[in-house]
Design a protein around this ligand. Structure first.
Ligand SMILES: *Cc1c(COP(=O)(O)O)cnc(C)c1O
Length: 364
């Protein structure tokens, strides 16, 4: 048996009859863009997350761009974020001609070190963008306090953390604005690209709602310069079905994480931890090892899939290799050399976990 990194087929099989019926309904209707399934899914998201505004869009990357556009982010503005994330988080900042300013990470959680943020604030800072990396919420209370103190909005990048809780509240409901991705491999994944934006603020909410459809509220009247970032009805209908299983699947991820931790207890790797006031949904189960590259090569030889999220800190990426994007973040550099994500998906069995653990033990 070949072990996969994730198993999307198992999710589909579990919900096949409901998903197939939802797709068939749309094929019958032939209404593909922003139809009733989109508003229904948006309402489901509002209920599930307890937010006032939830809007589907075309991807997680677009969601981040829409949130930044809602703040009128422009040339020369600065955005404080983490350099240890998927490139999309800062790509959109740079696309809008603003400057990403990097706060180093906390080596225990891989999230933005909140103690590093305040010193980076200048008169040009327009937003703080924490990422709930691997599925665990960033230190939102501390970040919101800094945001309030300097009147700077906080945008949550929750692309890896749908359903994760922070002090009893779901992520996406805490920041001034929030974004997520429904990319197929995310813990709530569509059958193609999709994303969402969230806020409790009416001004930001209405702006994002219309920015995603060419800045237009009334047909052929354009109040703002927007983009085309609509959510397909097909994706919305599929996501609405999958959302009903999200909590069950997230809990199962947590159980698998515990199995991994037990198995790796006396092995010379650092397993991920979760702070006691929040939940972790383990979009990735990411360990640290001083001999990461050799361990990864060994696991691949044994047929165990594994991946590095992320090998290059964003300030070292060729696209951002400009003096204006540079940063000093030693914890990020170290993490990029040591992290290794193991197979993780809700339908993973105990035997699967044992296979991975055994292969790691063989290496040591
Ligand atoms: C996946 C991801 C994105 C981008 O989402 P897409 O839907 O692929 O555009 C942004 N931020 C983070 C942290 C991600 O993991």
């Amino acid at each position: 048996m070949k072990l996969p990194m994730i198993d999307l087929k198992a999710q589909y099989i579990e919900l096949k009859s409901e998903i197939d019926a939802a797709i068939e309904h749309i094929l019958d209707e032939q209404s593909f863009i922003m139809g009733e399934p989109v508003s229904k899914f948006e309402e489901s998201l509002r209920q599930y997350l307890g937010v006032k505004h939830a809007y589907g869009c075309a991807s997680g990357t677009d969601a981040l761009q829409l949130a930044l556009m809602a703040l009128d982010l422009g040339a020369g503005d600065e955005v404080i974020t983490t350099p240890f994330t998927f490139a999309a988080t800062v790509e959109v900042v740079a696309l809008l001609k603003a400057i990403p300013v990097y706060a180093d990470i906390d080596p225990m959680t891989f999230n933005m070190d909140v103690n590093k943020v305040e010193a980076l604030i200048t008169s040009k800072t327009k937003a703080i963008v924490p990422v709930h990396l691997y599925g665990q919420a960033a230190d939102m209370d501390e970040l919101m306090e800094i945001g309030r103190k300097y009147d700077i909005p906080v945008i949550e990048d929750a692309a890896q953390a749908m359903g994760a809780m922070y002090k009893g509240r779901p992520v996406t409901s805490i920041g001034d604005l929030a974004c997520t991705s429904f990319f197929p491999a995310k813990n709530l994944g569509a059958f193609g690209d999709a994303g969402g934006v969230f806020t409790n603020d009416d001004t930001y909410g209405n702006k994002m709602k219309f920015l995603r459809v060419h800045g237009s509220d009334k047909r052929y009247v354009h109040d703002m310069i927007g983009v085309n970032s609509r959510l397909d009805s097909l994706q919305a209908a599929i996501l609405d079905v999958k959302l009903t299983k999200l909590d069950v699947w997230n809990k199962r991820r947590d159980v698998i994480a515990d199995l991994y931790r037990e198995g790796l207890e006396n092995v010379d790797v650092v397993t991920p931890t979760c702070k006691s006031d929040r939940t972790h949904i383990y979009q990735q189960f990411t360990i640290r090892s001083k001999s990461r590259d050799a361990l990864q090569a060994h696991l691949h030889k044994e047929g165990i899939p594994c991946a590095v999220h992320y090998p290059i800190p964003l300030f070292k990426q060729p696209a951002f290799h400009d003096a204006k994007y540079d940063a000093t973040c030693p914890e990020t550099i170290k993490a990029a050399e040591e992290v290794l994500s193991l197979p993780m998906y809700p339908h993973m069995t105990e035997a699967h976990v044992e296979m991975v653990v055994k292969a790691i033990k063989n290496f040591f």
